[in-house]
Design a binder for this molecule. Structure first.
Ligand SMILES: [Zn+2]
Ligand SMILES: [Zn+2]
Length: 834
């Protein structure tokens, strides 16, 4: 056996052998007595080879899977590819190859890299969302949503990315720009397909308690995105026309402070009212400017911009006439697209009022201050007491919101209302590389779902897929012309494709029965494996994939297809891998390639470096992990020390004629050569590492193993043969550095079966209990007391115990303590003066 630790020799051999031995395959045998564990990782997008971010996420996910398997679970740990979408299409256009060719080549490369990394996947369940055998069922699910009225088409103002030449969902626009390419998004009026996620807004909030172990920040992001607000709908009327206009407000208690009224620039009544009042010339530029910006840039519009409409709104609570304006800070997508403005108590209304010379009238007075609308320099948004508010003077605000809403209802002027910020999910795309929408448009029958027996609607290959503002499928000469499935007349296929986030909303269900041909998934298999035991992936999916999948699951539950409401009760987010303080990107030229490092220093080193860099959800700065790219990360040297410890222990053992057999699956193995001290360390480490891995504290688990390896080294150097300690260490290292552990377990320690099926070591509680030792208390060097203490008692604890000892105090008497010398846990010497 080679003294030097050489992963390039060890690792490739095991990749092949593990695949032959096939122990990462999940068992679907209902009689399998082992508890099931579904270790799910967010599946990768096949754009190029695996990158550093994959290494971090999957290193953590693989520990979860391997740890569960060693603890006796029947583990499902699948892999697949989220393989439709824009990046593949754009890369294919750039390289002049078909998207399918480029995508499948990347998938093969990533699969090879995953194997090289030693990921314990059940390769028999591999799936790609761009395979017709998969998207057949994506399309089928679409038709089921369509039948229930949950997929529908409507004309709407939507986000358009001019660079990607397609519409985007609101969730794919951040700060007014496309989340994929960073281009400023435009607004277009188009007829598009939507999923009715808004029907599930309240349930997405109500089921939060079922998400038993989710990061708080993800829950908060989802809550904010859904944006539930309670308030009231209030009916104003337009003086000049008599028409009624509803507004939504979360603060009906401020109704008496309304001094103007604002329409969104997109409100359908604006042009008519402006033309009536003769203001269209000044209003039109505001409307045109607003139409050019993104749909959801809420809070980003300039709150001083706007123009007077020339008409007036009548406040239903006091009959007052107030001027109407049109302004871009009021969004059409939220509430009703018109607002009552209360400048004294709303910051944006205040800024607008000051810019347009509208009066400010306080109706909520904070305690001990009298607000003056003329001199206020900012809105008062905090609590106070209602004033100038008719029947509600003296009521505490905002506590009075509910009673005002009730009063409005009694008066027939409004009602209590709940609104959500969440909009319906726009799922049609004008690009090629996706599943065609399985709808046929018939002049007589309207929208007709493609019948199940005609699925999949196969994506044709002979298409000019260059983006051009309309769907590439529409340009195909023959593809779209079909007979209507309902009346048989001439009809046309829908030529848009389905958003890839629909593909990824159900892939975790398909993994449970990937070859099932009678439906999207086998309900029995899904009931057996789902919900997932642990989900691992990036926080960037907080309001995209994670929200969509929750919605999908609830719809499938309502269709009676799955027996649970939430797919992922436990979620773990990894951090990002950054370089020198900033995210890695092509434009910054700071991308560190993953696989060359793996080839050179080993997959175990890469995995361990990721796991040891810090808490799993923190970002990893690779420059700190490996400052010199020509040298391996620091953990590589530790793996070398583990290697030599076990080699040395084995050779001592062999010399003593101590032939190794297969350990029985408990901690012990053979402890004959282990000292009492190393046994205590071993069992304490087992306890600690077990608890750490249960809570994904990979870095502290590795620290504990480092301490144990140091103690084993000391023991070896002193002539001991700590076989039990070595075996336990190798088994605990196995989920994190699977190659090294396997080589040591089988080739060095002589076991015939894999370390990965050897069982997780257990600890002896008696050995974990701390040893008690005698603390000797001296006064001026004379022994005065002996106290039993924990072996790990701190200096402070020993000092206090010594000073509290009655015998010691008697010896000290009235003398002054000059110095206390502590050698924890064995000795305290109190030196007194005089
Ligand atoms: Zn874009
Ligand atoms: Zn028809």
């Amino acid at each position: 056996m080679q003294r030097r630790y050489d992963p390039t020799d060890i690792e490739p051999r095991w990749v092949e052998r593990w695949e032959r031995e096939n122990f990462s395959r999940a068992s679907d045998d209902p009689a399998d007595p082992r508890p099931r564990f579904y270790a799910l990782d967010m599946f990768p997008y096949p754009s190029g080879d695996l990158h550093m971010g994959h290494a971090e996420a999957f290193s953590g996910g693989d520990v979860v899977a391997r740890f569960a398997a060693m603890r006796g679970h029947n583990v499902l740990h699948p892999i697949g590819w989220d393989a439709f979408g824009l990046p593949a299409e754009n890369a294919a256009i750039k390289r002049g190859v078909a998207p399918a060719e480029w995508t499948y080549a990347n998938i093969e490369q990533q699969a090879a890299s995953f194997r090289r990394m030693g990921m314990s996947f059940d390769w028999s369940r591999r799936l790609n969302t761009c395979d017709p055998s998969y998207y057949r069922w994506t399309q089928w699910l679409f038709t089921r949503f369509f039948e229930r009225g949950l997929a529908y088409r409507k004309a709407a103002a939507v986000n358009w990315c001019p660079n990607d030449a397609t519409v985007l969902a609101n969730e794919q626009v951040t700060g007014g720009v496309c989340e994929r390419c960073g281009t400023l998004v435009e607004r277009r009026d188009l007829t598009q397909w939507f999923f009715k996620i808004t029907d599930y807004a309240q349930r997405l909030l109500d089921d939060e308690p079922l998400l038993v172990d989710w990061p708080e920040r993800v829950l908060t992001m989802q809550r904010n995105w859904i944006g539930r607000s309670e308030g009231a709908t209030v009916t104003f009327s337009i003086e000049e026309t008599g028409e009624e206009i509803d507004i939504f407000t979360t603060r009906p208690d401020t109704l008496w402070g309304v001094t103007f009224f604002v329409f969104s620039a997109e409100h359908p009544d604006v042009q008519r009212l402006a033309e009536l009042a003769g203001t269209w010339d000044s209003v039109k530029p505001v409307v045109d400017a607003a139409r050019a910006v993104a749909m959801n840039s809420y809070g980003e519009a300039d709150t001083t911009e706007g123009a007077a409409l020339g008409v007036h709104a009548i406040n239903p609570v006091n009959g007052e006439k107030v001027p109407c304006f049109v302004a871009p800070y009021v969004l059409m997508g939220y509430g009703t697209g018109a607002i009552m403005a209360v400048p004294a108590h709303d910051e944006r209304d205040f800024a607008f009022a000051r810019a347009h010379g509208v009066p400010v009238r306080p109706v909520i007075q904070p305690e001990g201050v009298v607000l003056d609308g003329e001199t206020m320099t900012e809105a008062h948004v905090a609590e106070g007491v209602m004033v100038n508010s008719g029947p509600f003077d003296g009521e505490a605000s905002p506590g009075s919101v509910a009673i005002v809403a009730e009063w409005l209802a009694e008066q027939g002027r409004g009602e209590a209302t709940v609104t959500f910020r969440l909009r319906d999910w726009l799922i049609s795309r004008q690009r090629y590389w996706g599943a065609p929408i399985p709808i046929i448009h018939c002049p007589s029958c309207g929208e007709v779902a493609v019948p199940p027996e005609d699925l999949p609607v196969v994506l044709p290959e002979d298409v000019d897929f260059a983006p051009g503002g309309e769907s590439p499928l529409a340009r195909h000469p023959s593809w779209k012309h079909v007979a209507c499935p309902s009346c048989g007349g001439e009809a046309e296929r829908d030529t848009d494709t389905i958003d890839t986030f629909v593909d990824s909303s159900w892939y975790y269900l398909r993994y449970c029965s990937p070859d099932f041909t009678d439906g999207a998934f086998d309900p029995e298999a899904v009931a057996r494996w789902m919900p997932a035991s642990q989900y691992t992936g990036g926080v960037e999916h907080a309001i995209l994939h994670l929200l969509y999948s929750r919605f999908f699951t609830k719809v499938l539950h309502d269709m009676g297809m799955v027996p649970f409401l939430e797919p992922f009760p436990r979620l773990m987010n990894q951090g990002q891998v950054i370089y020198d303080g900033s995210s890695m990107s092509k434009s910054k030229g700071n991308i560190v390639e993953l696989m060359p490092i793996v080839e050179r220093f080993g997959a175990d080193t890469m995995r361990l470096a990721m796991l040891f860099a810090g808490p799993f959800d923190d970002d990893i700065d690779w420059k700190l992990v490996a400052p010199d790219p020509s040298r391996p990360p620091g953990v590589h040297a530790w793996l070398g020390r583990v290697w030599r410890c076990v080699l040395d222990a084995a050779s001592v053992g062999d010399a003593a004629g101590d032939a190794a057999g297969d350990a029985a699956g408990d901690a012990a193995g053979d402890a004959a050569g282990d000292s009492e001290e190393i046994r205590r360390s071993t069992h304490r480490t087992i306890k600690g590492v077990t608890e750490d891995l249960e809570r994904f504290r990979f870095n502290t688990a590795i620290s504990k193993l480092m301490t144990l390896s140091n103690e084993i080294r000391r023991e070896l150097d002193a002539g001991g043969c700590p076989r039990e300690a070595c075996e336990a260490m190798v088994r605990m290292v196995a989920p994190m550095a699977p190659f090294l552990a396997e080589e040591l377990w089988r080739a060095v320690l002589g076991h015939s079966k894999s370390v990965h099926v050897s069982g997780w070591p257990s600890f002896d509680p008696a050995l974990v209990v701390l040893e008690r030792v005698m603390l000797i208390v001296q006064v001026n060097g004379k022994v005065r007391d002996k106290i039993e203490v924990d072996a790990n008692a701190s200096e402070d604890a020993c000092r206090e115990l010594a000073l509290a000892s009655a015998n010691a105090r008697r010896a000290i008497g009235d003398s002054v303590v000059a110095q206390i010398i502590v050698r924890a846990p064995k000795l305290v010497n109190i030196v007194v003066a005089g």
